[in-house]
Design a protein around this ligand. Structure first.
Ligand code: FMN
Length: 182
């Protein structure tokens, strides 16, 4: 059975954690899964994979450039097999409608930039990883947190990811795959 590729970009590790969770979920359902963290290159050509999920996080309004390049370079191959995209950002953790709209707009922008229109899309709230930031990022993120979720204790990290939503995304993708294979 061919493998499902989960290709992802991450800076502080939250998208990696989500990718691992999705991978474990698919593996539990009997699928073979390969996780590849950008900018590493998948060991097989993309058309050797049964299905591909791509995940990435937002920093200063942008996804990681190598992930965007990967998508743009492979969008035709991606479209020929079951595929999906999951986006991770802080805006998705906000209760403000304008921030929620921003979280969705990041994905629309990705589609415009890369010309890839994934079969499935999910937007997940990420976290604030104060323990992994230097002074400047701590200042920036504390300022954002102060004006929104209020989590300004820099002696700890905050995670806003809704793991039930992650699980639902993984299950939906898996059911699609198994239905197509039946
Ligand atoms: C320097 C920096 C800039 C960020 N900029 C944004 C942003 O513009 N919009 C947003 O919604 N989240 C932003 N975030 C939040 C990240 O998307 C969030 O922390 C996410 O969990 C990071 O995922 P990763 O650990 O996989 O990279 C930013 C985080 C950092 C550290």
């Amino acid at each position: 059975m061919a493998t499902v590729l989960i290709y992802y970009g991450t800076s502080e590790g939250q998208t990696a954690k989500i990718a691992r969770h999705i991978g474990a979920s698919l593996a539990e359902r009997g699928l073979e899964v390969e996780l590849v963290e950008s900018p590493a290159v998948p060991p097989l050509p993309l058309d050797a994979y049964r299905a591909v999920l791509v995940g990435d996080s937002i920093h200063v309004g942008n996804y990681h450039r190598p992930v965007m390049k990967f998508i743009a370079a492979h969008q035709e191959t991606l479209a020929k097999r079951p595929n999906g995209f999951f986006s991770v950002c802080l805006a998705a953790a906000s209760k403000k409608p304008e921030e929620q709209a921003k979280a969705k707009a990041f994905v629309d922008e990705m589609m415009t930039q890369t010309q890839w229109h994934p079969d499935r899309v999910a937007v997940f709230a990420g976290g604030i990883a104060y323990s992994k930031y230097g002074l400047l990022k701590t200042w920036l993120m504390k300022r954002i947190a102060k004006s929104d979720m209020g989590d300004v204790d820099t002696s700890r990290d905050y995670e806003y990811t809704d793991w039930d939503s992650v699980e639902a995304f993984a299950n939906g993708f898996c059911e699609d795959l198994l239905r197509r294979a039946a």
